[in-house]
Design a protein around this ligand. Structure first.
Ligand code: ZN
Length: 332
């Protein structure tokens, strides 16, 4: 130690002699400034903060998305051998099979990946039972595109979807009205109450015509597709008429809504809108808009039956919410 101090002292006295007091003072000042910078410089960012930001919410990433859905994916090949027949639309079919799970788009605002959620609605719209990656599906899509005056390439795209979305919206009487024309809620006593077994024992009210149509529809489902009811809550009502004032107050207090204005003027104020149980993903819930939850719902027998049959009873779906159905049997 003593030797080290002697060496340091030697260096200092040699520096003083060699450079003189002015230069030595400058060196000391530089040393002080450098030490100050070391202490005060901003902390370097953590590896996580340096990583490029990802716009994908967690359920999308890697295997997690598929593994959270629960229900198995529908078969890639349909029972109808005609659907597989190659031909003019083979390339479009390959493109559809690819985009089905990979295309990045935002058909309802938030970003989504793939279009499998909407396959039941699309297949119904273009009148096919073929699977989305089969040439028969592309053939049916091309025929539909031709009827709509669009490019008949048989490929599912945001543009093709937009035309369908507009058609689906036009079938919902409520979505046609302007926000400033928010309809008055039904008069007291104008609503009927669903039975306890239809509504988890909670008092769900809706227009008598809508309730009668709902009952005809569930009776048909029991007769035509009993497998739906292996899920004991299938097609039960979990929301119907919502008093606009109470709904807006709830929205203000818990914030769990689409905004007070939209909540106040919701289709549920008409007594013609129903939220019904069409399944859910493990960890999801019957009304969760998380994509893994909606994908599970789109694969459920209940939703698939509803998409094909609900219009017979006057019900149309809001495509972003597989559980939300509106009765069209009366003017709003
Ligand atoms: Zn709803």
């Amino acid at each position: 130690m003593r030797g080290l101090l002697a060496i340091l002292g030697g260096i200092v006295s040699w520096t003083l002699r060699a450079l003189g007091w002015t230069a030595a003072t400058a060196l000391v000042l530089i040393g002080i400034l450098f030490t100050g910078w070391l202490v005060l410089r901003p902390a370097s960012p953590s590896p996580a903060a340096r990583a490029p930001p990802t716009s994908l919410p967690e359920p999308y990433i890697g295997e997690t998305y598929a593994s959270r859905v629960g229900d198995p994916a529908p078969p890639a090949v349909s029972a109808d051998g005609n659907c597989e027949r190659p031909g003019r639309f083979s390339a479009a079919a390959r493109a559809n099979a690819q985009s089905l799970t990979t295309t990045v788009w935002a058909p309802f605002g938030p970003e989504e990946i793939g279009w499998e959620i909407y396959v039941p609605l699309i297949a119904q719209e273009i009148s096919t039972r073929c699977a989305p990656g089969e040439p028969g599906f592309a053939r049916a899509l091309a025929a539909w595109q031709r009827r709509k005056g669009a490019r008949a390439d048989g490929m599912m795209s945001p543009g093709a979807f937009e035309i369908m979305k507009q058609a689906w919206h036009r079938r919902r009487p409520f979505s046609r009205i302007r926000p400033e024309d928010c309809p008055p809620p039904p008069a007291d006593g104008a609503l009927a109450t669903a039975a306890a077994l239809e509504s988890y024992g909670r008092p769900m009210r809706l227009r008598p015509g809508a309730l009668a149509a709902y009952r005809r529809m569930t009776a048909a489902a029991h007769a035509e597709a009993p497998e739906i009811f292996r899920q004991p809550d299938a097609l039960k009502i979990f929301s119907a008429y919502r008093d606009p004032e109470a709904d807006a107050a709830r929205c203000l207090s818990d914030g769990n809504c689409d905004g007070v204005r939209r909540t106040y003027c919701s289709a549920h104020r008409t007594g013609m809108a129903l939220d019904i149980h069409v399944g859910m993903a493990p960890g999801g819930n019957p009304a969760s808009t998380a994509d893994f939850n909606r994908l599970a719902q789109s694969r459920s027998p209940a939703y698939r039956w509803m998409v094909r049959n609900a219009s017979r009873f006057g019900f149309v779906n809001y495509p972003f919410e597989p559980w939300h159905w509106e009765w069209t049997g009366e003017p709003i």
